[in-house]
Design a protein around this ligand. Structure first.
Ligand SMILES: [Fe+2]
Ligand SMILES: [Fe+2]
Length: 277
């Protein structure tokens, strides 16, 4: 069984579905694509865990050209790209009969079927660079600051999801493991919210693969210390933007995210304390 290939495909699939869920316009479609994205994330992590258990090495690289296939003009085309993606995944499972792959196959086949019922006919506007947030008046300065923030932070959230997931499957310390799981899921939520705003403003940017030195051969203590800093920095970036955004809802949203970042620091600190005990 080619674990690295299956992991890479699930990874690309996860990215495509998260971004597609913010690109789509219909609430029902967004909601279902987001659920599928969550499952593709789980598929990726389960495949990673199986690879670790089998002693197979892998990395978190993906093919940018593969995920860039979602940069299409219409929602119809987007759904076709996603179906093609799942078909590619299913093809990889051929001839394999084990509980993990059987689960993947069953999920993906149902998702394919579910997508046949999607009623989509809109244009994709997530990349049109309109730089306007529909229904919200913002000064030019606030708009630029928000766009810069969204581009930086969507990438950082993606990076954290990837690194936390990698460390989770390579760690056998229960407290750290549980913290990494919570952090990855909170980061998926942040990524989704930031990407959603970026898509509405037509400035959605896709992630790039992460350099291996960011996650390979890192001691867990060193990693935790570095990432407490990262989380504090994320809090600070939210606070700075909240002060200058000039819109109550966006300000409250940013403050809400900033307090979650504080809690991320706390989760990492607890993991650190458990390890140092
Ligand atoms: Fe975050
Ligand atoms: Fe965070």
């Amino acid at each position: 069984m080619d674990y690295p290939k299956i992991i890479k495909k699930q990874h690309e699939s996860f990215i495509k579905f998260v971004y597609a869920s913010v690109m789509a316009k219909e609430e029902d479609v967004k909601y279902k694509l987001n659920d599928m994205a969550r499952f593709k994330y789980r598929h990726m992590v389960w495949a990673m865990q199986d690879a670790v258990n089998a002693g197979v090495k892998f990395n978190m690289d993906f093919d940018y050209n593969e995920i860039a296939k979602i940069k299409v003009e219409t929602e119809d085309e987007l759904i076709e790209v996603l179906k093609d993606d799942l078909n590619q995944n299913i093809a990889l499972y051929e001839g394999i009969d084990n509980p993990t792959i059987n689960r993947f196959r069953s999920d993906d086949e149902f998702f394919l079927e579910e997508m046949n019922f999607f009623d989509v006919e809109g244009e994709i506007t997530a990349f049109n660079e309109s730089k306007e947030l529909p229904g919200v008046e913002l000064s030019e300065e606030s708009k630029s600051a928000l766009i810069f923030f969204l581009m930086e932070e969507t990438f950082k959230e993606y990076e954290l999801i990837t690194i936390y997931s990698y460390l989770k499957v390579h760690s056998d310390i229960a407290v750290a493991n549980s913290a990494f799981t919570d952090l990855a899921y909170d980061s998926i939520y942040h990524l989704k919210r930031f990407a959603d705003l970026a898509a509405k403003m037509g400035v959605l940017t896709l992630p790039r693969p992460i350099p291996h030195e960011k996650y390979e051969n890192i001691g867990v203590v060193e990693f935790l210390k570095e990432n407490i800093e990262e989380e504090m920095d994320a809090e600070k970036q939210c606070l700075i933007l909240a002060e200058k955004i000039g819109n109550k809802y966006l300000k409250d949203f940013l403050l809400f995210i900033s307090r979650q970042e504080v809690y991320h620091g706390e989760l990492l600190q607890r993991a650190l304390d458990a390890i140092n005990k």
